[in-house]
Design a protein around this ligand. Structure first.
Ligand code: NAD
Length: 304
């Protein structure tokens, strides 16, 4: 099987490529533009892996790669909410135009699976309870809005063109190979250096934290066994406030929690996300790495 993984030099994509090479005999091609967020060295040297540097909006290149692929898994995206607040244009380009380019190529050349990697942020925030896959999309920041646009586009290509699309919407991931601008790697590095740990607002925002390997296994389950046209929430069920995460990092690193400093809140900061995950659990998936264990592994990786 020839698998095209786009955005595979990023955080989740690079962990996913490693997982696929370890657990299947697929031939994997990674296409990645190596934006500021991509790192070629996150990818393994492996006889069944090749790396192509390029952009998912480049139709000629995408055509070429999709023509020789059986399946596509798309991780490529601008992914940092704060950057999307500074300006949404690169997000529209990669997260919507890029997905349209991949989908058009899938129509042209035919694929037997197209996995679109999405996010819990497309639902917006929820005060209590959990989002199901049938809930309305009410994204509240430009990043989430472009991801929601991509989901709708991908679903429409399933209905209109019969592209066998499956969509995963996962909660916050953490683990090795994440860009240092993201919360947990940033806190680990700063705590270790004895620097202040900036936390938005009063630190009460709640996120559901899923260890990256658990998400990679879930993406594989969906790629293999998901129903075409279907959406799958992926989440560990482990909810933490940002202040709890910061305190856990201090403890794991051996730093004082007096380093924690509250800073002006992000505009449109969603208070809480939480996912109902019965559908992916029905496919046999369960999270395996508890938060503290995952955090210990992340600390080893970033400080090791
Ligand atoms: P990341 O920013 O670490 O990686 C994104 C990768 O995509 C980078 O390697 C970058 O170079 C590449 N890329 C960006 N634009 C591209 C383009 N136009 N053409 C080719 N490559 C391009 O992101 P991540 O955290 O690994 O997230 C991967 C996917 O998972 C994204 O689609 C994101 O929306 C989704 N997601 C992430 C999380 C999370 O907690 N990190 C949670 C839910 C969903």
């Amino acid at each position: 099987m020839e698998l095209l993984v786009t955005g595979g030099a990023g955080f989740i994509g690079s962990n996913y490529v490693r997982h696929v090479l370890e657990t299947t005999d697929a031939e994997v091609t990674t296409l990645d533009a190596l934006t500021y967020a991509g790192d070629r060295s996150s990818l393994p040297e492996h006889e069944r892996h090749r790396f192509v540097e390029g952009d998912i909006t480049d139709r000629a290149l995408v055509d070429d790669l999709v023509a020789s692929a059986d399946q596509v898994v798309n991780f490529a995206a601008e992914s940092h909410v704060d950057r999307s607040i500074d300006g949404a244009t690169p997000f529209v380009r990669s997260n919507i135009e890029g997905v349209a380019t991949l989908l058009d190529a899938a129509v042209e050349h035919g694929v037997d699976r197209f996995v679109q990697i999405s996010t819990d942020e497309v639902y917006g925030e929820i005060e209590s309870g959990e989002f199901t896959e049938e809930d309305r999309l009410e994204p509240r920041n430009p990043y989430a809005a472009t991801k929601a646009g991509a989901d709708l586009l991908a679903r429409s290509y399933h209905v209109t063109h019969g592209v066998p699309v499956v969509i995963t919407r996962s909660s916050n991931n953490f683990g090795p190979r994440q860009h240092p601008e993201k919360l947990i790697p940033k806190l680990i590095r700063r705590a270790d250096a004895g620097e202040t740990l900036p936390i938005y607002g009063d630190g009460s925002n709640v996120r559901e934290w899923t260890y990256v390997d658990d998400n990679c296994r879930a993406v594989e389950v969906v790629r293999r066994d998901g129903a075409a046209g279907e959406i799958y929430n992926i989440g560990s069920g482990d909810e933490r406030t940002n202040i709890e995460v910061a305190r856990a990092v201090c403890e794991a690193v051996g730093a004082s929690d007096e380093l924690i400093e509250f800073v002006e809140d992000r505009p449109g900061h969603d208070q809480r996300y939480a996912l109902e995950t019965a559908r992916i659990r029905d496919l046999g998936w369960r999270p395996e790495v508890a938060f503290d264990e995952g955090l210990a592994r992340a600390v080893d990786y970033y400080l090791g």
